[in-house]
Design a protein around this ligand. Structure first.
Ligand SMILES: *[C@@H]1O[C@H](CO)[C@@H](O)[C@H](O)[C@H]1NC(C)=O
Length: 151
């Protein structure tokens, strides 16, 4: 009988852990990346191709206020996930990491209970801005310029 009780306790504990993880979506931190075209309504769409070592988001064409969005869970063992995007706007281009250990600290929100922390990039005519949420607000900070020609 005693054995049966401990087996029962083991399984209910195991089950509640699984349910907790399934509800949260990730073992550790989850991240929701948004790359938003914030370039004037009447301009031509931009092209954005984002990927990581093992996840290709694909080439997307973004009109005004359209975005490419994806979510991922940080790896438990090796948590340094890296996503980079290649941007095309007419004869200008740029390529950089949209998510790495540097940007992670800016995107990390103060609300620890959130399932996914948002990491938002705004693509503007004069360059690329990240939304800094680390102090609880939403501070828009310029990180990169566009480059003339191919990169
Ligand atoms: C993260 O990416 C930025 C470019 O957006 C780069 O300047 C920075 O050095 C990178 N950080 C790491 C830790 O690789």
């Amino acid at each position: 009988m005693e054995k049966l009780v401990s087996v029962f306790i083991f399984f209910t504990t195991f089950l509640s852990i699984i349910i907790t993880i399934a509800a949260k979506g990730c073992w550790t931190n989850g991240w929701a990346i948004n790359v938003v075209n914030d370039i004037d309504n009447n301009k031509a769409p931009i092209q954005v191709h984002c990927k990581s070592k093992d996840d290709d988001i694909g080439m997307k064409s973004l009109g005004f206020h359209q975005s490419v969005d994806w979510k991922f869970c940080e790896k438990v063992i090796t948590p340094s996930t890296l996503y980079f995007c290649h941007f095309y706007m007419g004869n200008k281009e740029q390529v950089f990491d949209v998510f790495n250990d540097t940007h992670k600290s800016l995107c990390q929100e103060t609300d620890k209970s959130k399932d996914y922390w948002a990491c938002t990039w705004l693509v503007r005519p004069d360059g690329f801005y990240i939304v800094d949420r680390k102090d609880g607000g939403e501070k828009v900070v310029k990180i990169h310029d566009w480059k003339q020609g191919r990169v």
